[in-house]
Design a protein around this ligand. Structure first.
Ligand SMILES: [Zn+2]
Length: 108
């Protein structure tokens, strides 16, 4: 069964880690839709007793980044975590620059 999806939704699975740019929050995907994901956000109540409740939210595909797959090609194999920018993301071996070739110009 093929459903036309938002391009960014391609490859997002339940349990993936996603980051919402407008909310600046990380969350784990609880459900996927063609153009959005449902995530559960932990909300800390400051009332007594202090407790964390999980609130479901819908995040639009336009607003999120899937952190569980390669940022560039979306694959899930040979991926490593890069956290230089503060927002960790994952890059696969094919998309990451060769680290053992110091003759290449730096692309920082
Ligand atoms: Zn890749």
């Amino acid at each position: 069964m093929k459903i036309r999806q938002h391009p960014r939704m391609r490859g997002i699975l339940v349990g993936d880690e996603v980051y919402s740019y407008p909310q600046k929050l990380f969350a784990r995907v609880a459900d996927v839709f063609p153009a959005a994901v449902c995530v559960k956000i932990g909300i800390l109540s400051i009332d007594e007793p202090m407790e964390i409740t999980l609130a479901p939210q819908l995040w639009r595909a336009d607003d999120i980044e899937n952190l569980s797959v390669c940022r560039y090609c979306g694959c899930r194999e040979n991926i490593r975590t890069v956290s230089d920018t503060g927002i960790p993301f994952r890059v696969c071996a094919a998309c990451s620059a060769p680290s053992d070739d110091s003759t290449l110009p730096s692309v920082a």
